[in-house]
Ligand binder design. Structure first.
Ligand SMILES: *[C@@H]1O[C@H](CO)[C@@H](O)[C@H](O)[C@H]1NC(C)=O
Ligand SMILES: *[C@@H]1O[C@H](CO)[C@@H](O)[C@H](O)[C@H]1NC(C)=O
Ligand SMILES: *[C@@H]1O[C@H](CO)[C@@H](O)[C@H](O)[C@H]1NC(C)=O
Length: 449
């Protein structure tokens, strides 16, 4: 019981730095945990009657200046035309500034209301769940993920991959030709993460952010950036940014609202559509971004969902969609495959499965996966600063093998990794941080030994 309480406390104390959200808890005589959230924001004036808000004060003092100016204007009525002009334009500037301040403040209020809504939801979830002992393994359990009673991964006939990792010496890595940029190949290396944006509210702990590798224009281009905060139960908002610069500054140009909620961090963007898994179902949805409507929907046959076959990160990451040079893919598992990763090549229009492959790597043992050049790659850990891309499965040959390409989780909680073939980068969402990694593809020479 205390383990669980301590865990929640840790998670929220971590968030406190970003959100000024404070969680306190106490046990009542009935043995139930009570959680209380407090959101203290220096920018929220409507919470209490007090007005010790520096921004409100700033607006008030500007108003005083404005009044003063108007007073002077009245008094100086006899003064020259020039003075009048100057005073007038100053008043105009002040008015515009006030207008901007007002807009900014109401945006902040909206943001705070959103945060409050999410916190209330999380509180509700916690309240409904009895305080019970979780398993005592040292493994971190995701807070939204119930303990899986069907977890059979620790015992049984399954061979995990970690024992047979072979290290490929650097001298055997041959970049394809003389920089064949368009050429596909195997993953040679992944660069250090480059930070583009840090989320500023609790809803940004994990999510999906992407650029379309094959945009259909003219409305949205290869510059457009898309972001979905995936914390919460009713995830529908897609933030659209004009370009990476606006994204980094946090200024969306538009917010689209999905007609049906999305689950987890497996969504992807491809040819002008957002592809995602509908909440609590194995239904895949193609949402056309230009017309802002559902263009097609289809169940992914036998796919596990909502905690049946997630990645080790948890978070209902059962169905992961991916796009690469060869099209659209789904990475998931089925009960027939007993938790092993299944890859399906999908028709991007109808979402029908064209062909499927069953791999020998258990989905729960890896942190994430992505497709590049028709090959699946899995990430070993979502927490370890230094981990590896530890397995590769080639759909062309139907063969898989262990790999050992270094990969960094700089911020310690990587919830999404997707490959973008136009940019030749991995996009990831690591503990509030939206990052990209450069990748090098080429031919791996394995000699004759
Ligand atoms: C580059 O790679 C592509 C795809 O593998 C191939 O079709 C093309 O011929 C290559 N170009 C050169 C110059 O090697
Ligand atoms: C976007 O597309 C244009 C035109 O196709 C191309 O010139 C440009 O390099 C692309 N930019 C990026 C960032 O991919
Ligand atoms: C990760 O690897 C780098 C070298 O690549 C090393 O400097 C660093 O100390 C390692 N960090 C941890 C936590 O092992």
């Amino acid at each position: 019981m205390w383990l669980l309480c301590l865990l929640f406390l840790t998670v929220f104390c971590q968030n406190q730095a970003q959100n000024q959200a404070v969680l306190s808890h106490s046990m009542d005589s009935g043995g139930r945990c009570h959680y209380t959230f407090t959101v203290a924001s220096p920018e929220e004036s409507s919470c209490s009657g007090s007005s010790t808000n520096p921004q409100t004060d700033a607006v008030l003092s500007r108003l005083t200046v404005l009044e003063d100016l108007v007073g002077r204007l009245m008094a100086d009525r006899g003064n020259s035309e020039e003075n009048l002009q100057e005073a007038y334009s100053q008043v105009t500037r002040e008015r515009n500034q006030l207008q901007q301040d007002k807009e900014r403040l109401s945006k902040q209020v909206q943001e705070l209301q959103r945060t409050l809504a999410v916190l209330s939801q999380e509180a509700e979830t916690l309240r409904r769940r009895p305080c019970q002992q979780t398993q005592t393994s040292g493994e971190f359990q995701h807070k939204n993920r119930p303990a899986d009673p069907a977890d059979d991964s620790r015992n049984g006939a399954y061979q995990e991959m970690k024992a047979e990792v072979t290290v490929v010496p650097a001298s055997h890595l041959i970049p394809e030709g003389n920089h064949n940029i368009t050429g596909c190949g195997e993953l040679l290396s992944v660069g250090d993460p480059v930070l583009h944006r840090k989320a500023d509210s609790i809803t940004g702990k994990y999510g999906v952010w992407l650029q379309d590798p094959e945009p259909q224009g003219p409305l949205y281009t290869n510059k457009t950036v898309w972001r979905v905060d995936a914390v919460g139960k009713d995830v529908r908002q897609i933030f659209v940014y004009e370009d990476m610069d606006q994204f980094s500054r946090g200024f969306p140009m538009k917010v689209l609202v999905l007609p049906e909620p999305l689950e987890s961090t497996g969504a992807t963007l491809y040819r002008g559509s957002l592809y995602y898994q509908r909440r609590r179902s194995r239904t895949l949805i193609r949402y056309d971004l230009a017309s802002e409507s559902v263009a097609s929907r289809r169940d992914l046959p036998q796919a596990g969902f909502h905690g049946q076959h997630p990645y080790s990160w948890g978070g209902y990451t059962d169905i992961d969609l991916a796009a690469d040079e060869q099209g659209l893919w789904a990475i998931y598992s089925t009960s027939k495959a007993k938790g092993a990763i299944v890859i399906s090549h999908l028709d991007p229009m109808s979402l029908e499965v064209r062909k499927s492959w069953e791999t020998k790597i258990r989905k729960k043992t890896v942190a994430n996966a992505f497709m590049a050049c028709g090959r699946l790659y899995t990430v070993g850990s979502y927490m370890a600063t230094n981990t590896t891309i530890n397995y590769m499965f080639d759909t062309a040959s139907g063969e898989g093998r262990a790999t050992s390409v270094p990969f960094k989780n700089k911020y310690g909680y990587n919830s999404m990794v997707d490959y973008n073939h136009a940019q030749r980068k991995l996009y990831a969402w690591d503990n509030f941080h939206m990052v990209t990694y450069d990748v090098r593809l080429g031919r791996v020479s394995r000699g004759s030994s």
